[in-house]
Design a protein around this ligand. Structure first.
Ligand SMILES: [Zn+2]
Length: 284
């Protein structure tokens, strides 16, 4: 699949300047995948990767729309994709109520910068606005929940990385990594382990959260230096209290499946001033 002439050069430059956790991820491809999903011809991940399933979905859609089946996502295909087929990011200001290719592109960029807004659906709703505000505050921009040129430009910078290193919270291989999964963003690493396995502090820190959180279940969060924090979710037991200082390697809780979990595993996140970042590069 190739992109046609509708992609304006400024947008192309932004996309190229925004490498993601999944190297090679392109927000334009993600927006295309969101539009193809809405058309019922694509059920794969919204991962921004231009793979064979995405190309096949483009051709299926073109055949169904009685377009030339060439796999090229040009103006005719974008138009036929309907409200989610256009316009490109940066061609208009975005705020609550907007819907389109640009909103899907925005949601994908926000997620890879560590500010997920729920599902990738191309609809600018309250969750997207909340994510925009959190990103604006993080980036030192005017926090107005609207996306104009300054916010779009800031989103094109590379994602943050952890300023400190960590030890693994469990000494087992992780299964799911940081990146898009289905039509959502997975903001951490998953470590499957038997129910009750001790979960260890990845670094010395202070407990800021030791409670149940919607989706995350029983959760512990630790504050470290330089704005870094770690989060440990789906626990079956919490062994620490808010305000407590814990040493690296100290047990914080036990593996469980509380919250939105299908089986016992630890969901582990690293955040930098609130932005979720890929934990893998920070393991020493
Ligand atoms: Zn997870």
């Amino acid at each position: 699949m190739r992109f046609g002439a509708l992609i304006a050069p400024p947008l192309l430059a932004l996309a190229l300047a925004a490498p993601a956790a999944g190297a090679g991820a392109d927000a334009r491809v993600a927006a295309l995948q969101v539009a193809l999903r809405a058309q019922g011809v694509y059920a794969g991940d919204v991962d921004g990767l231009n793979g064979p399933n995405t190309a096949a979905a483009v051709r299926t859609f073109q055949a169904r729309a009685k377009l030339t089946v060439d796999g090229v996502v040009g103006p005719a295909t974008r138009k036929a994709l309907g409200p989610l087929g256009r316009p490109g990011l940066g061609t208009r200001s975005l705020a609550v109520g907007r819907r389109g290719w640009d909103v899907a592109s925005l949601q994908f960029r926000l997620a890879l910068r560590g500010f997920p807004s729920g599902g990738f659906d191309g609809v600018f709703g309250p969750q997207t606005e909340a994510a925009v505000r959190r990103f604006q505050e993080w980036a030192g921009l005017v926090e107005d929940g609207r996306v104009g040129p300054a916010t779009t430009l800031a989103l094109a910078a590379p994602p943050a990385s952890s300023p400190v290193t960590f030890a693994p919270p469990l000494f087992v291989p992780y299964t799911d990594g940081f990146g898009p999964r289905g039509a959502r963003m997975h903001t951490g690493l998953d470590f499957p382990a038997p129910h009750g396995t001790p979960v260890l502090a990845a670094r010395t820190g202070v407990v800021t959260v030791a409670e149940s959180i919607a989706g995350y279940g029983s959760t512990v969060a630790l504050k470290h230096e330089l704005g870094a924090s770690t989060l440990y979710a789906h626990l079956s037991a919490i062994l620490v209290q808010p305000g407590e200082k814990v040493a690296a390697g100290q047990p914080l809780g036990r593996v469980g499946a509380t919250g939105a979990a299908t089986g016992p595993h630890l969901h582990f996140e690293v955040r930098v001033r609130g932005a979720a970042v890929d934990p893998l590069p920070a393991f020493r």
